[in-house]
Design a protein around this ligand. Structure first.
Ligand code: PLP
Length: 431
């Protein structure tokens, strides 16, 4: 395979087919000329590929999709308007028509709310587990309606790591798809498809864009799951929307085989629910991707140094960072993350919520922001901000207590960041 950093700059784009523009142009066009009646008919029937209308596909967005598919090692990708659109579409596409999805309780807050409270309104239900690496419990929950297992490769804020390989084996033994949210590590640190994931989703808002300037999401398909295995009737039912050129209805599985999932995402979900990514946001994300390896490598180095520093800082009770040698996830970090686990870490301080507030107000370099993966370093109190919508028992199980602070490490100097934290922490205790 071409090296990751080369694909990050060149993947999915051909300058010679774009008037030799070396930077991907922003195609600010709602629709595209069908040229003539015969071509229009072929395009509409999917006999040839090309652009028609930007709700379904756009050349700038297409370049981003191809680049992300290449970086994750998938056969195809669909970019959407946010990470939550990617999560929702992927879960609905798998669970459509009364399915159940097994997931851990330490998911991103809006994903917990989606699975626990909102998707049930659409007939899709969740079976939650406390620990996604407890294969015994997961297997006991698998029933005839189960469709997929959903988890985050690295959870936030405690950086718990999912042991992907045995989870994928378990899922596949039962004909279930493994859907992983790979937002926190980004494909630079982890490519879940290499370990058996079937579908990978991202909030590209985070490390992929990398500069906190655009919301976006993507769904990537590994292209090897058998959607016609009997558990997913939505893929084997003939549908008008993908009728062939003679008007015969086809099923997604019949028409697209192993690419049925990503085709269904585009043709049904993007076309119907319409959470399209704008060409301008796709452009910002393509620019961000060019420096993904360099940014993330630097952020991991700084995050590791800061995690080690915090372990020896007065008033810090504990540090969650799976990259630390004494982390309970250290062995899994070694198995899956040779380049490090990422730029997120969290720590608990003495004295609870009041001291947390003082530290948040005391930092000068860190921005108080509910985001991650930015070029700027960010600080937040998860219990009050990012995990508000998570039921308290789940929050506690994920270690999100009132005395917890989360950091997302940016590109500033490590010494400056440590000095800022030291000063804010000392100040919070009147020192
Ligand atoms: C931020 C985030 C999301 C949601 O992404 P948006 O782009 O904010 O919609 C989903 N999953 C994880 C792990 C995230 O960090």
């Amino acid at each position: 395979m071409t090296d990751f950093s080369t694909l990050a700059v060149h993947g999915g784009y051909n300058a010679n087919r774009n008037d030799n523009a070396v930077s991907v142009p922003i195609y600010a066009s709602a629709a595209f000329d069908l040229e003539n009646a015969a071509r229009g008919r072929d395009l509409a029937a999917g006999e040839i590929s090309g652009f028609e209308y930007s709700r379904v596909a756009n050349p700038t967005v297409d370049a981003l999709e191809r680049r992300l598919a290449a970086l994750e090692g998938g056969v195809g990708a669909v970019a959407v308007s946010s990470g939550m659109a990617a999560v929702s579409y992927a879960l609905m596409c798998a669970g459509e028509g009364g399915g159940r999805i097994i997931a851990p309780t330490n998911l991103y807050g809006a994903s917990v709310d989606a699975l626990g409270d909102f998707l049930p309104q659409f007939g899709i239900h969740a079976d939650f587990v406390k620990d996604i690496n407890d294969l015994h419990e997961i297997e006991s929950l698998i029933g005839p309606a189960t469709r997929a297992i959903f988890a985050e490769t690295v959870a936030n804020p405690n950086t718990a790591i999912t042991d992907i390989r045995p989870l994928a084996d378990l899922a596949h033994r039962h004909g279930l798809a493994l859907i992983l949210d790979n937002t926190v590590p980004t494909p630079y640190l982890l490519r879940p498809i290499e370990f058996g994931a079937d579908i990978v989703v991202h909030s590209t808002t985070k490390g992929i864009t990398g500069h906190g300037n655009a919301i976006g999401g993507v769904i990537v398909d590994a292209g090897r799951f058998d959607w016609a295995n009997g558990r997913f009737l939505q893929f084997t039912r003939p549908e008008q929307v993908i009728a062939d050129i003679d008007g015969n209805r086809r099923s997604f599985s019949g028409a697209f085989g192993s690419e049925a999932f990503i085709r269904r995402i585009r043709v049904k979900y993007l076309r119907t629910f319409g959470a399209v990514q704008s060409p301008f946001n796709a452009y910002l994300q393509l620019i961000g991707l060019e420096t993904l390896p360099q940014r993330v490598a630097r952020q991991v180095e700084t995050a590791t140094a800061i995690a080690g520093h915090l372990e020896h800082t007065p008033h810090v009770v504990s540090v969650n960072y799976s990259g630390l040698p004494d982390s309970p996830y250290h062995a899994l970090a070694g198995k899956y993350f040779p380049r490090g686990v990422g730029q997120i870490l969290s720590f608990k301080v003495e004295g609870g919520a009041d001291r947390v507030r003082r530290i948040l107000d005391g930092v000068k370099l860190f921005s108080y922001v509910p985001n991650i993966g930015d070029a700027r370093s960010l600080i937040v109190d998860p219990a009050n901000i990012t995990h508000r919508e998570v039921p308290e028992s789940y929050r506690k199980a994920a270690g999100v207590s009132d005395d917890l602070i989360r950091l997302s490490i940016g590109l500033e100097d490590a010494g400056d960041l440590m000095a800022d934290l030291d000063r804010a922490i000392a100040g919070a205790y009147g020192e």
